[in-house]
Design a protein around this ligand. Structure first.
Ligand SMILES: Cc1cc2nc3c(=O)[nH]c(=O)nc-3n(C[C@H](O)[C@H](O)[C@H](O)COP(=O)(O)OP(=O)(O)OC[C@H]3O[C@@H](n4cnc5c(N)ncnc54)[C@H](O)[C@@H]3O)c2cc1C
Length: 1014
């Protein structure tokens, strides 16, 4: 008997023979697309620009815009020979006759898209399907345009799917299966659906909610498909949707109505590490269900997206890093499918002749008839392979996307990437003519034991610590080895379970009392401040002891007393304290997130991001202190040592808000502590329990008595007292402009007995704007705007409150923005997947409602949500016809209220954006490189965000803080933040004795400590 490998080679060679009879025209050297491919494969940088240009092109309306973009995208590459082969003439022509080259380019791109998109509608596609029928190729049709932004769009998609199904069934009534054997397994009409096109609010942490919304939309489609004898396949999208898609599939096809229906299929992506476990689970489910179902095995279309997304978030990457690993897994899963042929009908979605030949050879070896599985290939790709497979007697089905170019852009770009991928089979075979031997080789032999490593951000912290300890170079920049803590990935059921369990546990502790902590002692006072759950104001999350002036005095004394020793404690010891605190925060992560959900009304993900930020502050500031802690030589001069170093300032008073109840308090307090100051923390009255937890964390981490004191109480009493106190040297404040300015003013007065000029770190509010350019990707623009404005109920100082739209774009954005706002999930954030919860308390509730009334009198109420739960829930509200001078466009509202301003052009947009008292965050959504550069240079904001939301700063990556009336220009989580807590000092020694001087002075020396630590 031949070995499997030699059989694979034999079959592979046969396919190649047949393929070579009809070479692949897509990879020839003529035509727009072909030239695009050729250049892209030669130059990665250029490829990026080219694909970006292709992406924006369909949304450009005039020839002038096309030409401008062309010039902007290729400004740098304009003279390069490579580009001029392709576009140089186009650019020159564009300058002379823009009206000509704009349409030509657009035509070229739509022609290119036509190679991958089978038609605009079902009529178009039918022509293609008829042609394929003559070639004995079946079809599955997919509607382009996944990831809808509103339920209106989702409902439209559901209706279009139904129409499509009806149309296909009608037109193909007389068609039969080309193989005529086992045809009952392979209905002629086959439709592929993507769940993200059917529900706009899919949240990975809440598959149950998604299933509850998707099922009613799918049932009519499935019912009709069954009546018409059609087949429905669930496509698989990005990893965030994987578990939901699997659960949905199993749930709906276990329902009585569909339990015995065999014509349902789902996709398994072999590039996923957990795909085998998922497939085994599906097979087990299939056996229990007792009815056949189908699996389309693919490698997966989102490799680049998954790798960059997990790197950004510090997540374990779900995909294999080495291409042959995906290939091997594909083969292993092929075997698993064949072994379970009794319950699963297999479809192999691949253009790779090795993967295909392997399936053929294995089927033979297992004695399976070729008619009981099929090969599926994409429309417009690998045509000769399809023909070869048909000729060899296999069942072939083509995946035909249908729709307009604009919603189809992400599909098109995925195809372009796939065709030009260095790793891809098609490029190797058709563009690079790699030998058949190589192409058919066993992928197992290509896996490198020391292949690509996991992304740096997923290196565990312990390993980083080790690296840091081994790193003896004092010059190394800590930022190089600092890594953010990964966000919890709620896509995993395990994370969801942990969060649910933490919520249950924390609920049991409701009503507990928390003491002040002064000089290391727990201090109880007669007055207790209740902290309520804003989602259910009759629930008291906990009580905090309320400090008065005597306790404030005691805290200053304790802090002052502790300063003498702490300020002379080696920085390494102080840094380690922070790192221990970070580890404890990490350990208590779910519990602390749960407290935030109850006390601050934070949705799960927002709460987790807050704890992550606190962890990051501790680790980042520890690193930064190591950088700043050693005295550094100012200049290398013979005979003189001059060292620049820092001392702490004294007693720091930290006043924090409730909206990032652990992160901001932790950030300011940890900066104070690690720099050798002693700290009095005054949390917000609305988030006492969260802050008491933070105090516990530092106590467990071993903070010495008096170094960190916890003083909850009224700002107007203890806050004002301590701001004016002669023994307070530094005030770190984050909060409202009103209080911030008072502190700034008060701190400027020198009191009798005061030793230092008070330093004030003052971070206040914003009136943040996002400008949407005329060429912006509208789907993304809506997503980012909605999230920035309504995420955490608009209660972030970075939140979007002014959306600035250009006249020419206005209607198109509003058309999608309002339904998107109307689709948001509003509710108690104890439930997963909530986007809009309650505002913090009654006072905020009333104040925001007052602003809404102001808005109604000044502008037009364009949208307001209804049906709100009990509790302090404010309806997400959108005003239009807002003018820059109106109160709702100038004053910070701190709630889910969005003002939309219409402007003539980008000049006016920038003027309007800059025309407020604040300068905190600002955003720009655009695909014009020149406009992007301009906004980068001109937008007045401490944090400028391009093509993303304007909230969600990450420690170390986006140092955060504003200027003008947003703050004193400090950057939390930035390299220079700690300097605000320090006074610089220089010590100079003349080291020459009668001309005798050391040649070289070390660049760093030990700290100036006396007595020197042993
Ligand atoms: C009919 C059909 C339907 C499809 N449906 C879906 C679907 O619903 N969902 C989906 O996600 N995909 C789907 N795909 C798959 C996807 O679109 C690609 O076509 C497919 O992954 C390409 O694989 P290949 O075997 O043809 O080519 P090959 O060139 O052999 O493989 C390319 C694939 O290898 C993987 N890869 C690339 N680089 C690496 C690396 N460094 N490490 C590990 N793996 C790597 C990627 O998955 C890449 O797409 C479908 C494909 C077809 C043909």
């Amino acid at each position: 008997m031949r070995s499997l490998q030699s059989e694979i080679e034999r079959r592979g060679r046969r396919i190649f023979e047949l393929v070579d009879k009809h070479p692949e025209s897509l990879f020839s050297k003529t035509g727009f697309y072909q030239r695009l491919m050729t250049i892209s494969m030669r130059d990665e940088q250029l490829k990026l620009q080219l694909f970006r240009f292709v992406d924006v092109l369909p949304s450009l309306r005039t020839s002038g815009e096309v030409v401008e973009h062309l010039q902007e995208y290729f400004a740098e590459a304009r003279d390069s020979r490579k580009l001029s082969e392709f576009l140089g003439a186009g650019i020159r022509l564009a300058r002379i006759v823009p009206w000509l080259s704009g349409p030509i380019l657009r035509w070229n791109v739509s022609e290119m898209a036509r190679q991958f998109i089978a038609g605009r509608n079902s009529n178009d596609v039918l022509q293609i399907l008829r042609k394929r029928r003559t070639e004995k190729i079946g079809f599955t049709v997919d509607l382009l345009g996944e990831a809808v932004v509103s339920e209106t769009e989702a409902d439209q998609y559901a209706a279009r799917y139904l129409d499509l199904l009806e149309g296909l069934a009608r037109e193909t009534r007389t068609w039969t299966d080309p193989l005529g054997k086992n045809s009952e397994l392979f209905p002629v009409v086959n439709v592929s659906v993507k769940i993200s096109a059917l529900f706009s609010q899919i949240s990975p942490e809440d598959p149950a909610d998604a299933i509850a919304h998707l099922s009613p939309k799918l049932r009519p489609l499935l019912r009709r498909a069954r009546e018409l004898g059609a087949f429905i396949n669930f496509d698989m999208e990005s990893y965030a949707h994987k578990n939901t898609t699997l659960e949905l599939f199993k749930t709906i096809f276990t329902e009585e109505e569909f339990k015995d229906w065999p014509h349902a299929g789902i996709v398994t992506q072999a590039y996923l590490r957990d795909s085998e476990a998922d497939l085994r689970d599906l097979i087990e489910w299939g056996h229990a269900r007792g009815t056949r179902f189908a699996v389309r095995l693919v490698k997966g279309a989102y490799w680049d997206y998954e790798t960059s997304k997990s790197r950004q978030n510090g997540w374990d990457c779900p995909v294999y890093f080495q291409k042959p690993e995906s290939d091997v897994n594909f083969e292993n899963l092929t075997e698993l499918l064949f072994e379970n042929e009794s319950v699963v009908t297999a479809a192999f979605g691949s253009h790779n002749v090795r993967s295909i030949a392997h399936a053929q050879a294995l089927a033979d070896e297992l004695g399976l008839d070729p008619s009981c599985f099929e090969f599926q290939l994409l429309y417009g790709m690998a045509g000769p392979i399809k023909r070869a497979l048909v000729e060899m007697g296999y069942r072939v089905r083509e995946y035909c996307p249908v729709g307009e170019l604009l919603p189809g852009m992400s599909y098109l770009v995925r195809r372009l990437l796939e065709n030009t991928s260095n790793e891809g089979f098609l490029r190797a075979k058709f563009a690079e003519n790699v030998s058949a031997k190589e192409l058919l080789g066993d992928p197992r032999e290509l896996i490198k034991p020391d292949g690509p490593a996991p992304p740096a951000s997923s290196i565990p912290v312990a390993a980083q610590d080790q690296r840091r300890k081994n790193d003896t170079s004092l010059d190394s920049v800590p930022g190089d080895i600092y890594r953010n803590s990964p966000l919890v990935n709620f896509v995993y059921k395990d994370s969801q379970d942990k969060m649910r369990s933490a919520l249950r546990e924390v609920r049991k502790r409701f009503g507990e009392k928390y003491p002040l902590v002064i000089g290391g002692e727990k201090v109880w006072t007669d007055q207790l401040t209740p902290s309520v759950n804003p989602s259910a104001p009759d629930e008291i999350v906990g009580y905090g002891s309320e400090a008065g002036i005597p306790e404030a005095e005691r805290a200053v004394k304790a802090a002052r007393a502790a300063f003498a020793k702490w300020s002379r404690t080696p920085f390494e010891e102080r840094a380690r304290l922070l790192e221990r605190a970070a580890d404890i925060l990490e350990r208590r992560r779910y519990e602390l997130s749960a407290v935030e959900v109850f006390e601050a009304g934070k949705p799960w993900k927002e709460a987790d991001a807050d704890i992550r930020e606190a962890i990051d502050f501790c680790r980042f500031y520890a690193q930064q202190m190591r950088r700043l802690g050693r005295p550094k030589l100012t200049q290398q001069v013979p005979g003189e040592d001059s060292y620049h170093h820092y001392w702490p300032r004294g007693v720091a008073f930290v006043i924090a808000p409730w909206n990032f109840p652990i992160a901001i308090l932790c950030g300011m307090a940890s900066a104070g502590v690690v720099t050798g100051n002693t700290v009095i923390m005054k949390p917000s009255e609305q988030s006492i329990v969260c802050s008491a937890m933070l105090m516990q964390v530092f106590e467990e981490a071993g903070v010495p008595p008096g170094v960190l004191n916890f003083l909850s109480g009224h700002g107007s009493v203890i806050g004002a007292h301590l701001v004016d106190h002669k023994d307070v040297d530094l005030i770190a404040f984050t909060g409202s402009r009103e209080v911030g300015l008072k502190i700034w003013e008060s701190a400027g007065i020198t009191r009798p007995g005061q030793r230092e000029l008070k330093r004030v770190i003052c971070e206040m509010g914003g009136k943040n704007a996002i400008i949407v350019d005329s060429d912006a990707d509208l789907g993304e623009a809506i997503d980012y705007s909605i999230y920035s404005a309504f995420g955490y109920q608009g209660q972030k100082c970075s939140a979007l409150s002014r959306l600035i739209l250009l006249e020419e774009n206005y209607d198109r954005v509003m058309e999608r923005l309002i339904p998107a706002a109307a689709s948001l999930r509003i509710g108690n954030p104890e439930e997963p997947g909530i986007m809009v919860g309650p505002v913090i308390d009654e006072a905020a509730y009333r104040r925001i409602l007052d602003y809404i009334e102001v808005g109604k009198s000044e502008a037009t109420l364009a949208y307001q949500a209804t049906d709100l739960p009990q509790g302090y829930f404010i309806p997400p509200t959108i005003f239009t016809d807002v003018k820059p001078n109106m109160r709702i466009a100038r004053e910070e509202i701190f709630g889910p209220v969005l003002s939309v301003l219409k402007v003539r052009d980008l000049d006016e947009a920038i003027d309007v954006a800059n025309g407020t008292d604040y300068a905190l965050t600002g955003g720009f959504l655009s695909r014009s490189p020149a406009n992007i550069e301009r906004v980068k240079a001109q937008l007045e904001a401490g944090n400028v965000y391009i093509n993303r939301s304007c909230t969600g700063a990450i420690v170390g990556r986006h140092p955060f803080g504003g200027f003008k009336m947003s703050g004193s220009g400090t950057k939390a989580g930035g390299e220079d933040y700690l300097l605000n807590f320090l006074v610089p000092r220089v010590v100079t020694e003349n080291t020459s004795r009668h001309g005798l001087a050391p040649e070289q002075t070390p660049e760093y020396r030990d700290e100036f400590l006396w007595p020197k630590p042993q």
